[in-house]
Design a protein around this ligand. Sequence first.
Ligand code: PGA
Length: 245
Amino acid sequence: MSFLYIANWKNFLLPDQELMLAQEYYDGLSNTDSNTHVVVMPSLLTVRSLAALYDTIDVSVGAQNCSAFNNGAYTGEISAQAIAQAGCNYALTGHIERRTIFGETDRFIAQKVEQLVMHNVTPILCISDTHIDSQESLYDTLKRQLELPLAIAHKYQLRELLVAYEPATAIGNGNTAAVETISEVFTLIKKLFTAAPQSTPVLLYGGSVNAKNCHQLKKIPHLGGFLIGSASTTFATFEKIVHSH
Ligand code: PGA
């Protein structure tokens, strides 16, 4: 599988700025080698335009969120089926900002994962090290966040499940976790996959990945890609991350 570079533009940009940045990505990434796959996640306002722009090159478009429900009377929501039709091949679920700011629970996140799987959009399950209570160990925290998504992976016989580990202390502040710590967490995540033995984890790291630290972070054993927030909103920086060895 190619190494994934997922550009999470969050809500940093306005639609016209997203379109300009998308064009820079297009110009700079048209000839990326086959071991690399870029997924751009703009706001839902521009996904259709980006999907049309990238139609002839090997860059995918993803959504940062989707509804936990099918199409229906859910004011303000956008279903997994709708984002699929808009051209999204991937979608984030369980991002820490959704868990902490918007109060999304593990059950609600699992509903989104199931909606995405049902509509052939690849879910990227984000998990973190935030506790529900002070008694919870890191292992239990990871287990709690993985339990329902793994049951869905089992139910739909998914061959792979993309899991992005993002330590809370590393997001948006320039402080990445140590390679050894991330590697230990990856080992715990792999252990938890015994609950869905037919699925292989594709392990991603997110949290302050930038042009300076990416070289070091690429040494994490079994790393399948990066989830990149603020550094992905400047193409020159994102390009350095993609091309670093
Ligand atoms: P960051 O964000 O790269 O700005 O730390 C990562 C994320 O939240 O996905």
